[in-house]
Design a binder for this molecule. Structure first.
Ligand SMILES: [Zn+2]
Length: 298
């Protein structure tokens, strides 16, 4: 199989970054909540994990999955709080994290994100690796409050700080730190239990993903709970294991690439085989796709 065919096969297995949602059976999707710590809950449905802060001041969320799920998401949140959703933070521009923006924005939720999230959503995007195009968006779909480095929300009795991490999963990622609750939402800079998608066509890079993990490891403690973009809630030990995997794979791929090996040769060398047990959940083709993201960003 050529690398291109391999990537297309991988996409069909792990179609978690696409907004082409026609094939999805939304009626079958269940949105369920789980308490994380302090004020914070997580919602699992289809697409990126949603962080939810509930308290006296109202509700704010981190990421909003796909538009057809907005009503189910609102119903799950209504079980936790009868207050309105005041803010929605987008960890990055991908449609499985921002698809609910338009529905929520129309009802008065303020959408907050890094500057590049708005820029990429307004321009439309094309991910060459997957031949995946997203049309330009406007109006309520776009973040109305954007920042370039950090921003904070002061709600529900704690400071929640958004830290931009550069050129990681994309060029517009934020990690969100609920400081009082001792919870971090890492967006897609952390895939728990599977090799990550790194959107190299949108400014992502393996070194940036490693740097994001190191940044979070520097601000958390043993008791911190960490919400990944995809997969179950984790902690500092889980993130360290993930970071170590990324570093090992990066070093192996870099060595082979600098020795003149092609991408096909690096994939064939099985540079991620010893990590498949812990990170192989993305499907059979996904490890090779991950190697290609690493290779292409070095
Ligand atoms: Zn993503």
């Amino acid at each position: 199989m050529t690398i291109k065919k391999l990537l297309l096969a991988a996409l069909s297995v792990g179609a978690f970054m696409t907004t082409s949602v026609s094939a999805q059976n939304w009626d079958a999707v269940q949105v369920r909540s789980e308490k994380v710590a302090g004020n914070v809950y997580v919602l699992f449905g289809a697409g990126g994990n949603i962080g939810v802060s509930v308290g006296e001041d109202g509700v704010f969320i981190v990421d909003d999955q796909f538009a057809p799920l907005t009503e189910k998401i609102k119903a799950a949140i209504a079980e936790l709080s009868d207050k309105p959703i005041r803010f929605a933070i987008n960890t990055h521009f991908h449609g499985d994290h921002t698809g609910g923006n338009e529905n929520l924005g129309r009802e008065g939720t303020v959408i907050v994100a890094h500057d590049n999230v708005r820029i990429r959503m307004a321009a439309g995007s094309f991910i060459k690796a997957f031949n995946n195009r997203t049309e330009p968006q406007d109006g309520f779909a776009l973040p109305t409050v954007t920042f370039n480095d950090q921003a904070s929300l002061h709600l529900n009795g704690e400071q929640t700080r958004m830290h931009h991490v550069s050129n990681a999963h994309t060029d517009g990622d934020s990690i969100v730190h609920f400081e009082g609750s001792n919870v971090v939402h890492m967006g897609d800079t952390f895939f728990n239990g599977r090799f990550p998608f790194i959107d190299v066509d949108s400014g992502g890079s393996i070194d940036g993903v490693i740097a994001a993990a190191n940044k979070v490891l520097g601000i958390v403690d043993e008791g911190t709970r960490i919400i990944p973009g995809h997969g179950p809630v984790s902690d500092k030990a889980g993130l360290m294991m993930y970071r170590d995997m990324l570093v090992t794979v990066r070093d192996r791929v870099a060595e082979m690439k600098s020795a003149g090996n092609s991408l096909e040769e690096v994939v064939a060398a099985g540079v991620v085989d010893d990590f498949k047990e812990n990170y192989g959940a993305g499907g059979e083709q996904w490890p090779a796709a991950f190697v290609s993201f690493v290779y292409n960003s070095l």
